[in-house]
Design a protein around this ligand. Structure first.
Ligand code: UDP
Length: 476
């Protein structure tokens, strides 16, 4: 490569909100250093980002930042609801995406020097190796889940999996190094609940996870101070790990340093944000509101929503509730109807939106607790904002994240596998009233520590600098 040419890095996330978010933030961080970026979104997400965000204008400020669309293998009119993205892994679909990626790379006018690809897009490794491009995997979910996924074959071999029914859920797992003191069957990522050890989804995740050491390095959205113990375990399999998170905080810091506090943020959102909730929060007392949101994928049953709703109402705490369109399972919008009906009854206590500006909400002084599904991005955003969590994990890595939040970091409570109004009321009261100061103190201490990691000289800050230098080195 011409030594005066800046490195050209290609990003390729799995097309869901929780994967695109940290990836596009890292892309912006590299663009800030002057790198040329090509960011691939699925056609479907590309259109939605164009519709709901100022994406084109925002990234136009970085010369050489190109947003491109690529197929996710499905027809454009596919509804893409629920866990639709599993379809991407069907062999024919995967081949289609792989071919498109290859064609795109071969035909780029400026060759790509380095690829940062979602750790769940294993086929990209084959393409990178064929074309001789260095490739790093970015696993956007939690490091602890990565580690648990890695050991699924060992758990099966040791007879610890499959789980033998509901009475077996509190058994401790001993084959995942570093987690022996807190990992129970019920805390394993949800796919481990499959009764069949040949479960297709489980095999798929194991395949992608076990492939990770073949990449040139692994990027994780965490800080050494948060996940140090698990990171040292992961490094025994993947020696070159860049722990550069929380990426949202890292980006905010570097943008502040460059442009001052008034820089504009790119709110990478696949739904239209309802900012009216910020005006509502402005009218509430400090740390008096529970923010309730279950992320971008999960759909809940009508009965679960009703239990959560009444638990909140009975707790007497104020609450801000995100109910994503079509996220309540029920025939012909009957799920959404119940939301409106309940909201009308409790207008004085609660506020409801389709989609919130989550980071701004969590950083608002009125918010004192977060009832969350424990998605990894939501968990990190809550940690950085110093907001204690009540975790109601639904699937994927969330079961494990909630355990770590409650047992290891002690910055929240874990409500997993239970959803009744009494439990919701008790946990909300515990975090918002009874042990309010205790939880607020531990969350504030954790926020301080993790915010320091993304400041100049902090661990995540230095790890990102190392990544930048390594990309320069590998691209020259
Ligand atoms: N999010 C948001 N507004 C909402 C709900 C969620 O902006 O009303 C964002 C949230 O800030 C997070 C992402 O959506 O960055 C959800 O990612 P997470 O990993 O928490 O969960 P997933 O959606 O992958 O289950």
């Amino acid at each position: 490569m011409d030594k005066d040419r800046c490195p050209h890095v290609l990003f390729f996330p799995v097309p869901s909100q929780g994967h695109v978010n940290p990836m596009i933030k890292l892309a912006e961080l590299l663009a800030l250093t002057g790198f040329r970026i090509t960011f691939l979104n699925s056609h479907h997400n590309h259109e939605r980002l164009l519709k709901f965000t100022n994406m084109t204008a925002h990234f136009a400020r970085y010369p050489g930042f190109e947003l491109r669309a690529i197929t996710d293998g499905l027809p454009l009119d596919h509804p893409r609801s629920g866990a639709w993205f599993l379809k991407m892994y069907e062999e024919a679909t995967e081949m289609k995406i792989k071919q498109s990626l290859r064609d795109m790379l071969v035909n780029m006018s400026t060759p790509v020097d380095y690829m940062i690809v979602d750790g769940f897009l294993g086929f990209a490794l084959d393409v990178a190796r064929e074309l001789g491009i260095p490739i790093v995997y970015f696993r956007t979910s939690s490091p602890c889940s990565f580690w648990a996924y890695y050991f699924i074959p060992d758990m099966i071999q040791a007879g610890e999996l499959p789980i033998k029914g509901s009475e077996d859920m509190d058994r401790f797992i001993t084959t995942v190094p570093g987690m022996e003191t807190y990992l129970r069957c019920r805390d394993l990522p949800s796919l481990c609940r499959a009764t069949d050890k040949e479960d297709a989804y489980m095999k798929l995740i194991v395949k992608h996870t076990r492939k990770s050491p073949q990449a040139d390095a692994l990027i994780l959205n965490t800080a050494e101070e948060l996940d140090g113990a698990i990171l040292s375990q992961i490094r025994t399999k993947c020696p070159n790990v860049y722990a550069i998170g929380p990426i949202n905080a890292q980006l905010n810091n570097r943008l502040n340093a460059k442009h001052g506090e008034s820089h504009d943020h790119f709110s990478n959102t696949l739904w239209e944000e309802d900012r009216s909730c910020i005006s509502w929060l402005d009218k509430q007392r400090n740390r008096s509101v529970v923010y309730v949101s279950f992320g971008s994928i999960m759909s809940m049953k009508r009965e679960e929503l009703i239990e959560i709703w009444y638990g909140l109402v009975n707790s007497k705490s104020k609450f801000l509730f995100v109910v994503r369109p079509n996220s309540v399972i029920g025939k012909d919008g009957e799920g959404e109807d119940v939301v409106k009906e309940l909201f009308d009854k409790t207008k004085d206590q609660g506020y409801i939106v389709d989609w919130a500006p989550q980071e701004a909400v969590l950083n608002h002084a009125a918010v004192g607790g977060f009832l969350t599904h424990s998605g990894w991005n939501s968990t990190l955003e809550s940690i950085i904002a110093g907001v204690p969590m009540i975790c109601w994990p639904y699937f994927s890595d969330q079961q494990l994240n909630s355990r770590v939040v409650s047992e290891v970091w002690e910055i929240g409570l874990d409500m997993k596998d239970v959803c009744n109004r009494k439990m919701v009321e008790e946990m909300v009261n515990d975090v918002m009233v009874d042990r309010k100061e205790k939880f607020a103190k531990s969350a504030a201490e954790m926020a301080k520590l993790i915010n320091e990691s993304v400041n100049v000289g902090g661990s995540s800050y230095s790890n990102l600098d190392r990544l930048i230098e390594d990309i320069r080195g590998m691209s020259s």
